[in-house]
Design a protein around this ligand. Structure first.
Ligand code: BG6
Ligand code: MG
Length: 213
């Protein structure tokens, strides 16, 4: 393997809990109680598409202006929550895998749906490990479309078949497979069974395993 493509939310850092709180408040404005089960279905889904799903679940009717207001409010709420995020929030084992890649000539890119990707990597002090950052600001189509990962491989100058994707969302595994890449499902959710390999924690990904890829 010549390239590692990392999803961000749920792979590098557990931001789902902050997205959940912010979307729950949006739901309440629409008279709808968002649950953890709903939140699971929002993993890997872009901000705009997440709002569309919540509006549909709520059976609400929002015009373009209201949608725009809710999107801005949701992101401001989310950014307030992650304001003090620091290196303590990096998920276990992540930095070791990044370091291994950097030391062993494996290129590293971010492939995230989030428009806050660059900001979050900076807060976590991880930016220097990445040779390319492709996030929600660089793509027009959401996962499960392969665009984000194909752009990641292209930015690294690599053939997709030489890249492996670390993902915690079913939509992300599908996107990577459509891109012709190998996949590692992170987090242990049964929805990731389609991945080539599954791990509940990055801590369990050893150099010996990486060498077999
Ligand atoms: C994905 C998350 O990585 O990014 C989703 O799994 C989130 O929950 C999406 O909605 C967009 O993130 P942001 O930061 O642009 O609102
Ligand atoms: Mg994710």
């Amino acid at each position: 393997m010549k390239g590692f493509l990392f999803d961000l939310d749920g792979v590098i850092v557990d931001t789902a809990k902050y997205h959940y709180i912010a979307w729950k408040r949006v739901g309440q404005q629409l008279g709808f109680e968002l649950t953890h089960e709903h939140n699971e279905q929002l993993k890997g889904v872009s901000r705009v598409d997440s709002l569309e799903r919540i509006i549909a679940w709520a059976g609400a009717d929002c015009n373009a202006e209201e949608k725009q207001r809710l999107l801005v409010e949701k992101n401001e709420d989310y950014l307030r929550q992650i304001e003090n995020m620091d290196t303590d929030e990096i998920l276990e084992g992540v930095e070791e895998v990044l370091l291994y890649a950097n030391k062993n000539n494996i290129s590293v890119a971010l492939g995230s749906a989030s428009k806050n990707g660059t900001r979050i990597l900076e807060k976590l002090g991880l930016t220097h490990y990445f040779q390319a950052i492709i996030d929600g600001n660089h793509v027009t189509r959401s996962k499960p479309d392969p665009e984000v990962f194909l752009k990641g491989a292209a930015a690294l100058g690599l053939d997709p078949k030489d890249c492996i994707v670390f993902e915690d969302a079913a939509a992300g595994i599908e996107a990577a497979q459509k891109a012709g890449m190998k996949t590692i499902g992170m987090g242990g959710s049964p929805e990731l069974a389609a991945a080539d390999y599954c791990f509940d924690s990055m801590k369990k990904i050893s150099p010996a395993f990486i060498e077999t890829l």
